[in-house]
Design a binder for this molecule. Sequence first.
Ligand SMILES: C[S@@+](CC[C@H](N)C(=O)[O-])C[C@H]1O[C@@H](n2cnc3c(N)ncnc32)[C@H](O)[C@@H]1O
Length: 307
Amino acid sequence: MRKSDLKSLLAGVLVAVPLCLAFGTATLAWTTRSPGADGMPQSALLGMTAAGLVALSAAAIGLRVERAQVASRLASVDQEAAERAKWLANQAAAEQMSLRNVAPLLPAEVLPASSFSMRAANLEALADILLRHRPRLVVELGSGLSTLLIANRFKTAGNGGRLVAFEHDERWAELCRYYLLANGLDGIAEIRTVPLTRRSALGCEVPWYDLPTAPSDLDRIDLLVVDGPPAGDPRHAAARAPALEVFYPRLSPEARVFLDDTDRTGERAVVDAWVESFPEFHPRFARTLSGYCVLERLDPSARRAVP
Ligand SMILES: C[S@@+](CC[C@H](N)C(=O)[O-])C[C@H]1O[C@@H](n2cnc3c(N)ncnc32)[C@H](O)[C@@H]1O
């Protein structure tokens, strides 16, 4: 039982007990009054008045307790809001720094950014993975700025790295292809348009790419970037869940999985489900503005036998 529930219970008892006493005293005095006496005896009236006063005082105490509880709850809501505002201000400053770091890593011609675009801090984390782990084959779900960044990093590194991005929106795919071409990145990155279809995931039906299995030409994927399909609508919170199951058989032993937007409960549930199904993957969450999670095998030899 919580402390506030205990206080409410106490206040209730303080009101109820004197009232019961008053009723009991009056009943006793009435039933034991001398035969022939008219009306209520004085002792019963006195008892009832005293008990009534005690009950009123207890009710007043109860009200004060309630008021104090509401005030303390409001104070804690205020404190939470202040902490959240401070966190957001810090993250906005961090985003600005990441933007400065990421800008030189993008190609000259950059797609128009929007609220759908991967945030600068998350793009920066992707660039860090590319630099430190040197993946050769990257598969991405949901194209955009991240596609340009990965392809441009491969071009700069000149290491023969290749990117295949899956995109459900044909018009968006066309725009992304235009920018790949404009930056001379079309030989490094390819965008495949695949429409969305219904698929069951985490106990519900979600829209996911019409890919029952991973395409057979994609083998030994070193990095799987999951930033699609869109999962902002709470009804589609689990929309990114099928990614690991579908691409698992094609991952290299050292493969990493990058899931964007783990500030949302849906994406965190997706990570929980992935770790439950594939326990060799260890998740590392980063609390940036929109959050991300990188999953990697602590022991690359620990993976399921795949057909
Ligand atoms: C979270 S976004 C993918 C963002 C992408 N990885 C990036 O870094 O820009 C998921 C989907 O939103 C859709 N979308 C619509 N407008 C978009 C925009 N302006 N920028 C990015 N994605 C957009 C695309 O279909 C995309 O696959």
